[in-house]
Write a protein of this length. Structure first.
Length: 224
């Protein structure tokens, strides 16, 4: 029985790296994979998934109106397909998540989705909501807050390091995202007064990203 997987995390947890590694493992064994990523953030004509540690692979871009079940069915006419990988899965529509469930159930191809669980306001994305509801397997890819606790939330900052608490869920501006634990997220977004001693120092995006290396290895081990 092929399954629909959802690996979710906060920002900068190395989801794309894990996706690329998993696809590589399939291909190394002579199996065919197809990679999808959202057209929303794709740079012009850049049809690929790249990770922060410098690896990348070609990918198909999906638009919100794409029928992924139909696209993948058509692809099968060119030969077998052993796994479908979807990056930025939070941007899938509910319908598209169901299309991917049918790929697993009816075409018997496993589908591995990777994405963010919640947006900068702490709300679920449409794709993540539907995946959390119907995926067969849920996996958390861990990353850590500046304080060392598990980061489950994301803040959006403008280019000056100010934390933004309103705005569109999807934004293609020059914002920076940082992953925090829930406690520090509430403080950073002003929902709770900052503690005197352990207030997060913003911005600390770079510091947070450096720390995720060891955590990524841990996450990769968890995948086994
Ligand atoms: Zn924290």
């Amino acid at each position: 029985m092929a399954k629909l997987y959802f690996s979710y995390a906060a920002m900068n947890a190395g989801k794309s790296t894990i996706l690329l590694q998993a696809s590589h493992n399939y291909r190394e064994r002579g199996m065919e994979t197809v990679l999808y990523t959202s057209a929303l953030y794709a740079e012009l004509d850049k049809k690929s998934i790249s990770s922060r540690i410098g690896i990348s692979a070609p990918a198909e871009l999906y638009e919100r109106d794409a029928d992924l079940y139909a696209e993948i069915s058509d692809r099968l006419e060119n030969g077998p397909l052993h796994c479908v990988f979807v990056d930025e899965a939070q941007f899938l529509t509910s319908d598209q998540v169901w299309q991917l469930a049918r790929v697993a159930d009816r075409l018997r191809i496993p589908v591995m989705c990777y994405g963010l669980r919640t947006d900068f306001q702490g709300n679920l994305f449409e794709g993540s909501r539907q995946l959390l509801a119907i995926a067969d397997v849920l996996r958390e890819v861990r990353t850590i807050c500046e304080c060392g606790s598990k980061a489950t939330m994301v803040i959006r900052m403008d280019e000056h390091g100010n934390v933004l608490t309103s705005g569109d869920q999807v934004s293609i501006g020059r914002e920076v995202y940082v992953s925090l634990c829930r406690k520090h997220w509430e403080e950073a977004t002003g929902r709770w007064p900052k503690a005197r001693m352990d207030a997060p120092k913003l911005p600390f995006a770079e510091e947070t990203m450096q720390k995720t290396g060891a955590d990524l290895i841990e996450a990769l081990l968890d995948e086994e």
